[in-house]
Design a protein around this ligand. Sequence first.
Ligand code: NAD
Length: 269
Amino acid sequence: MSALRVVVVGASGRMGRMLVRAVTESRGATLLGATERPGSEFIGRDAGELAGVETLAVRLVDHVSDCPEADVLIDFTAPSATLKHAEFVAERGMAMVIGTTGFDAGQLQQLRDTLSGSAVVMAANYSVGVNLALSLIERAARVLGDDYDAEIFEAHHKHKVDAPSGTALAMGKSLAAGRGVVLEDVAVLSREGITGARKAGAIGFSVVRGGNIVGEHKAMFIADEERIEINHIASDRMVFARGAVRAAGWLSNQPCGWYDMHDVLGLNS
Ligand code: NAD
């Protein structure tokens, strides 16, 4: 079987470098092209050297149209850049793995329209472990019901500016879905002062910030006699890059369509 031919855009970014590393570490994939935004100081540099792996003889170019023909484009850049890359992908009949976050509703619709004839994976979190944890949480919530008090805990590094994290909220959504309720109706996002006793059916959140914690998330189901915990600890952003490369390999065997990591991992069946 021939290797999957991959282009990584934004290849000098934090995730771009990890993606280049993950592609080179993957036995089934080969890096054919790498880009950066026009004007970047990294144009012309070797993608492998930037990523801290061996020299790959793939130099960063400033237009994706200067990359050789490939099967899939992996994009962790910025919404406006991803929209441009999507036009290129649609023209060339390639597949696309999208990790960029922060699209507004109009941009998301534009992305879907542009890629309506393409095979696409888009996910807010490419960690295989997080996606499995989300699926386990939904299942646990369905089985345990609201006899068990549900709490979600997350911890991140001191530079993180938002709380609770997107992944903690995604866990809350999975938990609520398992119970057949809407998260917004039952979420308790913070507690302070005389809060009163815990309301039955509430999903509580708590948050820690400090040091260089990459990301910890835990869903707890608490009864008087026992406690079930589903815990995920990320120690390196490579988990996202490896998940994205896994998604790219899976996508190469799929018909046109819009997929997420649950499809990639077979968690929807
Ligand atoms: P970053 O700023 O380090 O990297 C983004 C790179 O894209 C930069 O190098 C930038 O120059 C480049 N870029 C911008 N416009 C470009 C263009 N037109 N052509 C080519 N390159 C262009 O950011 P990051 O931390 O690597 O994150 C990138 C995106 O990925 C963000 O949206 C972030 O939220 C998202 N992200 C998603 C996941 C996930 O699992 N889905 C995980 C981590 C980060």
